[in-house]
Design a protein around this ligand. Sequence first.
Ligand code: BTN
Length: 337
Amino acid sequence: MRRLSVVSTVAAPASSPSTELVILRELLAREPGFMSGAALAKKLGLSRVAVWQHMEKLRAQGFAFEAARARGYRLAQRPTQHLKGRARDFSLTLLDEVDSTNDEAARQLAGGRPAPFVILARRQTRGRGRLGRAWHSEANGNLYASFAFRPALAPSGMPTFTLWMGVNVCELIANFCAIAPGIKWPNDLFFDGRKAGGMLTEARIDADQIRDLVFGLGLNLNSPAGAWPAELARRATSLAEQTAGPLDPNRFTAALIGRVLLAYTQFVEGDYRKTFADLWNRHDVLRGHPVAVLQAGRRFAGTAAGVDDAGSLLVRAPGGGRPLRFQAGEVTLEKSA
Ligand code: BTN
């Protein structure tokens, strides 16, 4: 694992979108102290004017800096100023590279780090998806995030937890980007049949209680259409592709953290029940469509009919009767007859 502070020995190219992140990281690392403009310029391999221009960009995003003669700059407001309410107390680690943010979050939970916190990385070397699959995790402007919690919940709540988080991420994307994402049970975020994101919730369980839980989210924010490896080129998309413009990762991430924290609280307090079904139905891409579910080597075909309170997928068999319930499985959309 490389922490961002190590990468700072490598000068970021002048046009790199990560230059602002490097500035924030350097200033954060010195809080409450100052860092001179000359030291920042040297660290970034840029002129002082160029550093100032990048700080202007950060100011335009809402960051504030205090400047003191002969001492330099420090953050007057932390980057989490984008966050509202309880999200300000959230602790955040930004890594340049890590094996998997889920694994790093699990290690830190096991090491006793107080929760909640979030691990973000620019790149993962062993990003993981559901069912043991790899998650393509290049440093291509996409989001790799894992939120760590210690909820007092029964393990049976986990499937619904992921679905609830999924619809909240959909709502956030819809509000932030003015586009309409879909969710495919249980963990895929879609646009027009192409995958833009995936979720991976993992927990350590003690007896019948969750000891700790990691909610991992991979979201394709800014990767351009031509950047995918051949096997993903026809199946993957990014929010930037859908909105025809780049997304500000700082603002999006701050909004995401706020939304996830609120959603988490609503879940553990049970408030989510008031809106879950409506939100699921709003974003569900399967409902009413013919699907096939592969489970333990068996294939079941029918029509998707939403989810139940336990987060199971409901599928109506062609012959009618009560819908089948699937707690796990791989579901595919079939062609309509
Ligand atoms: C899936 O669609 O199968 C789930 C993909 C989840 C990927 C995210 S990226 C951040 C976090 N770290 C990981 O190793 N996986 C999740």
